[in-house]
Design a protein. Structure first.
Length: 276
């Protein structure tokens, strides 16, 4: 049995990571970058930099031409990645390459339904497993149509991550959390990624509402810009998800080394704040 198989035989990495963090009394830092942004040849190095700087889980964005939930920063990241010829199949290859050196850090592919449908849902689930990914978050896949994907992922010990928002009704929370696994991603504000100001009272109230329906870890994203905001939103949840500021840093960096330095400094600052 290979070292990777020994690790995965112990269960899904997402579940293990949250159990470990809970045991240590720590909050999760979930980081997002777009595969191929800054160059396909540099994505794996950026992933390793995220881990070295304190990231607990990585969401690897699958580039798509119409990322409807994303603000202008991440939309531009998708555009840059598509210009670099990134694709779903190449994303899977990047995860496999990442796994050659890191068998512990959970990796989730975050993207949209169209590329999955084009590949085929079962082929996608097989591809995730073969690459060493741990789950998927499909932004535009409604709960009514997500059952088959959840079943396919579950059969492969993979997790299906869902989004909940401030406007999600109690009935729909119950429906979505019934399909969800791994953790729940709570969108902290109305709007797109990178927009608005955090309403911590709303975050607190809605996390309490969601908690009535599930024991899954709750991570909060959208509007997380630094250590202070990451710490604030995770106070009543299990972790913070940060994306736009990292994608912006990659886009503004002059080269791969500068991108690594910039995201490394940002993630380190958030890690220190979360652990304080």
């Amino acid at each position: 049995m290979t070292e990777e198989n020994k690790e995965t035989a112990q269960g899904n990495r997402i579940d293990r990571r949250f159990a470990k963090l809970r045991g240590e009394g720590r909050k999760a830092l979930v980081t997002y970058i777009v595969a191929g942004d800054g160059g396909l040849e540099n994505t794996v190095d950026l992933m390793h930099q995220l881990v070295a700087s304190g990231s607990d889980l990585i969401e690897l964005g699958v580039p798509f031409s119409d990322p409807m939930a994303e603000g202008p920063v991440i939309q531009k990241g998708h555009e840059r990645a598509l210009a670099n010829k990134a694709s779903l199949r190449k994303c899977l290859q990047l995860v496999k390459e990442f796994r050659s050196k890191d068998v512990e850090t959970p990796v989730i592919l975050m993207g949209y339904a169209n590329p999955i449908e084009k590949m085929g849902v079962e082929a996608f689930a097989d591809g995730l497993k073969a690459a060493g990914a741990d789950g998927a978050l499909t932004v535009d896949l409604p709960a009514e149509e997500a059952g088959s994907l959840s079943e396919l992922l579950s059969a492969r010990d993979l997790r299906n991550i869902f989004l909940l928002t401030p406007t999600t009704s109690d009935a729909r929370i119950a429906q979505i959390t019934g399909l969800a696994s791994g953790f729940v991603y709570y969108v902290s504000l109305k709007g797109v990624t990178g927009a608005g100001h955090l309403d911590l009272d709303s975050v607190r109230d809605n996390l309490a509402r969601i908690r009535q329906h599930t024991d899954l870890p709750l991570c909060v994203g959208f509007g997380i810009k630094d250590g202070a905001s990451a710490k604030a939103v995770s106070a009543d949840g299990d972790g913070a998800v940060v994306g736009s500021v990292l994608v912006s840093a990659v886009g503004e960096a002059g080269d791969a080394a500068a991108a690594k330095d910039r995201i490394g400094a940002m993630v380190s600052e958030m890690r220190v704040a979360l652990d304080a």
